[in-house]
Write a protein that binds this ligand. Structure first.
Ligand code: WTA
Length: 656
């Protein structure tokens, strides 16, 4: 195991004291279906076919799964559907057109309620508009938008046309946007003039202008939503206002049926090299699992629940649990544009109270932030509408889990800690709120229909009380189909580690406790998890060495109470570069923000004379992590030059 030793020992410490277990509350257990586990295990394909049939198919499927060309699976073979029709039109046809699909809450306090009938008209208009801009089935469209209704409408309009969207988080830099647009060869970008962030209107379109201006950019048109009304530069040939083009289109649109394996979206995520991976998801299997998990993991009652997932659509959680899962299920949901402390730290509790939110899905890093702000803040609000709480993105520490249970769930609401990844497309390991006895800090067991194992270095399953690597040993409907444009990397990254067994390698360490419940222990590769966001060490290193003052850089994720991991960078300056202390460090941090985005800014940058390397020249990040976490450095016998560590520590002096 190469798991960070502190992350592991911290979790193991928790395990040794963590004897608590909470039964499902009667209010949820009442109508639960405990037999679902056995049914799924007895006939997994029949089970998935049943889940798929909850969608509306324009053409029925034959085989449930074709795994003959592994690691490439095809699900619901020969079936045809339109994903947007499934997420919108069919609810209107079923008589739910008046049901609110989206309670949208803008950061400055503006709000909007969009029914399923409204959404149907808006998606139709956007689909016509995209067609007029030359988008057709099989194309790629980049979406770089804040959390406004047009973001959801734009994604669904692409789906309706059979074009794949590539949503790029609006916090990413122009450079990050440019490389993603280039990799996917997107012909249209949908963006906004600006976005509200912490009470300020900030420009967004400048980044798009910068990203698309280079020679050879595949982008033909930029569709711009007016959100803040701020000044923007305008290119008459290329730029089109959303309100001018979209709002005048017909509100009816005939939908085509696409194959179950029609690409639905590409979403970039960090891997172990500097180049982000374009994770490709397709239609039938993805939506089947997104909808099924959203229904069973949150015990969804679409007629009465108000659901709220606090993620951004720039991440997979926003794709599966704001757009496709909830809308395929005909749910009513809150979408909030802004930050949790604008105008003050009670914003989330105000929103829950205002819309009577019953299901709340958020990330451990935010829960720890709420803890820091103080339990007295949520205590002032009526949170009695809540009935199920969810967590996603990183291991949740038992303290945060208990705080969430007591202060937000008021000891009534079950907590579902959901493990999954951009690559898995939908939830894989999680309690079921009406069935599972939960333990604070454990994601518990694979959901019905999913098979996962923890294995040792040789790929053999480990026993209760033991740890190893998390693998998925059977194909699942919402699995990634490939890495866009790089199938070899797809095979290498996920399928080569346990090629003999044919297991999918998730990249996470995990452990079974004595009851066989699964505890996630963090990444075992060079991917950091900062506030639930995946950032590759290599990507930050490349950004640092692209600065003129830096000769070499090594980046590690060090344990951080608030963000899970914090980015710590060790840099060697170029000859001639002056280490003027804070000013240089500040410059380097800003440089990383410009290259990747503010979320990748190192928390600490340490200027060092040397880096610890093995004889083959590989940086020993493990030793740097020891230094960054203020502990005695571990086994350094494979270092090319053992005196390097002394040099580094001496140089850091009190700075350590
Ligand atoms: C981590 C986010 C522990 C894990 C949906 C995984 C978790 C990576 C959990 C995927 C959880 C996500 N417990 N760890 N409940 N959920 N992770 O692709 O390391 O942004 O591999 O998908 O986040 O991050 P991604």
């Amino acid at each position: 195991m190469t798991t960070s030793s502190t992350a592991e020992s911290a979790t193991l410490d928790n395990l040794s004291v963590e004897g608590r277990s909470f039964p499902p509350p009667a209010a949820v257990a009442d109508h639960a279906d405990p037999g679902i586990y056995d049914r799924a295990a007895a006939d997994p394909e029949g089970f998935w076919a049943e889940q798929a049939r909850a969608l509306s198919w324009g053409r029925d499927f034959g085989a449930v799964v074709d795994w003959s060309d592994r690691p490439h699976a095809r699900w619901f073979v020969g079936g045809g559907l339109n994903v947007a029709v499934n997420c919108v039109d069919r609810h209107v046809e079923a008589g739910h057109g008046d049901r609110v699909a989206i309670f949208w809450e803008g950061e400055p306090g503006d709000s909007e309620q969009i029914t399923y009938a409204d959404l149907q008209g808006r998606v139709a208009q956007a689909a016509h508009a995209l067609t007029s801009l030359g988008v057709s089935a099989g194309d790629r469209v980049a979406i770089y938008l804040p959390m406004i209704p047009q973001a959801v409408v734009a994604m669904l309009a692409c789906a309706r046309l059979g074009a794949a969207h590539s949503v790029v988080f609006a916090g990413f830099s122009a450079e990050a946007l440019r490389s993603r647009i280039g990799d996917a060869a997107a012909k249209v970008v949908i963006t906004a003039d600006g976005q509200y962030r912490r009470g300020q209107a900030v420009n967004l379109k400048d980044a798009v202008d910068e990203a698309v201006q280079a020679d050879g950019s595949p982008v033909e048109k930029v569709l711009v939503v007016r959100r803040t009304g701020g000044d923007v530069t305008w290119n008459e040939q290329r730029d089109v206002w959303w309100h001018e083009l979209v709002d005048s289109q017909p509100t009816e649109h005939e939908a085509e049926i696409f194959d179950a394996e029609q690409p639905l979206f590409i979403l970039y995520t960090s891997g172990t090299t500097g180049k982000p991976k374009g994770i490709l998801h397709t239609s039938g299997g993805y939506v089947t699992q997104a909808a099924y998990t959203h229904r069973v993991v949150f015990d969804l009652k679409p007629e009465s629940d108000v659901y709220w997932c606090t993620a951004d659509i720039g991440w997979v959680t926003g794709h599966s649990y704001i757009v496709y899962g909830p809308l395929a299920n005909g749910a009513s949901q809150v979408i909030y544009e802004g930050t949790p402390n604008t105008p003050d730290e009670s914003r989330h509790w105000q929103i829950i109270d205002k819309y009577k939110v019953s299901i709340y899905y958020t990330a451990p890093t935010l829960i720890r932030t709420f803890m820091k702000w103080g339990a007295d803040i949520p205590a002032r609000f009526d949170l009695s509408s809540l009935r199920v709480l969810g967590s996603v993105g990183e291991p949740i520490n038992p303290e945060a889990w208990m705080w969430y249970r007591v202060n937000i769930g008021r000891e009534r609401c079950p907590i579902v800690d959901t493990w999954w990844q951009t690559e898995t497309g939908a939830i894989m390991i999680s309690p079921l709120p009406g069935v599972t006895h939960t333990k604070p800090g454990s994601a518990m067991t694979p959901i019905p229909g999913i098979s996962a194992k923890i294995v040792n270095d040789e790929g053999r399953p480990v026993g209760h009380g033991q740890g190893g690597y998390l693998v998925i040993d059977k194909p699942w409907p919402s699995m990634l189909r490939t890495i866009y444009g790089d199938d070899e990397r797809f095979r290498d990254t996920y399928w080569s580690r346990f090629a003999d067994q044919g297991y999918y390698f998730a990249g996470d360490g995990a452990k079974y406790d004595d009851d066989g419940a699964i505890w996630l222990l963090g990444r075992v590769d060079d991917v950091m998890n900062v506030s639930g966001h995946r950032i590759s060490t290599t990507e930050v290193e490349s950004a640092l060495v692209s600065h003129e003052a830096v000769a070499e850089a090594a980046v590690v994720g060090a344990a951080d109470d608030m963000t899970g991991q914090g980015i710590v960078a060790f840099v060697i300056l170029r000859g001639g570069a002056v280490d003027d202390g804070d000013a240089l460090v500040q410059q380097l941090r800003n440089h990383v923000a410009k290259e990747i985005g503010p979320i990748a800014k190192p928390k600490r940058i340490l200027v060092v004379p040397e880096l610890p390397k093995t004889r083959s020249g590989k940086i020993m990040r493990r030793l740097l992590r020891d230094i960054a976490e203020n502990r005695a450095t571990g086994d350094a016998t494979t270092l090319q030059d053992p005196t390097v560590l002394n040099l580094i520590s001496q140089g850091l002096g009190g700075n350590k």
